[in-house]
Design a protein around this ligand. Sequence first.
Ligand SMILES: [Zn+2]
Length: 264
Amino acid sequence: MIEIRSLEKDKEKLSFILKDSTHSFANALRRIMIEDVPTMAIEDVEFRKNSSILYDEVIAHRLGLITLTTDLKSYNIPDECKCDGKGCARCQLKMTLKTKGPAMVYASDIKTRDAAIKPVYPKTIIVKLLKNQALELEATAVLGKGSVHSKWCPGLVYYKQRPIIEIDSKCDGCGKCVEVCPTKTLELKDSKASVSKDHLLDCHLCEACKDICPKEIIDVKSANDFVFYIESWGQLEPKKIVVEALKIFERKLDNFKELLKENK
Ligand SMILES: [Zn+2]
């Protein structure tokens, strides 16, 4: 059984516990989130003018790495689009950039026709132009997957097993484990070592407490629960990354089922 409980959330971060699961399931979910959930990024750049200090290739690379807010409803991945990847309004967005020096060129100088797709961090610097230098280009942004290029990766996803720390009642409160714990997970309560509820999930299972305890009465184990952390790069909300990953997971399993049926 899988139970997902939200622990904390803000605009860029989300954390939840996947209960009673396995390493293989947790890792499949993690990999789908970082490799298969699509986001928008610049893929092609056509330069009209570039007299800046940076080569076209360098600027194109920098443009590709600019995180763009992503609207998954309005766009298709080019290969899966009705146009067969030729390029249409449903699978690509043209963007333009036209500036003259002296000026600092920022991501916010990129003009787009779709207000839903714009740089997440407008102050990202592209290049500095000196007097008489100019930059003029047309870029094409498309949906893509992190498995093809990390510029399409929606964020950082990692997990750890939920720790279980057991302390025998024979504890005499020497406090050595409290001192050695790097995450402040252990505390002294009524002259005995105990686990701090607020810091239990900070524990990274280093077992320093177990090693230092003179009475050898501390046991550190890991549960079959996985604490997930999702940190979005900004293209999609963290909750959206999880929801999309689950949809993709379901689709993959359906495809697998169909293939099995066909090969009976
Ligand atoms: Zn298309």
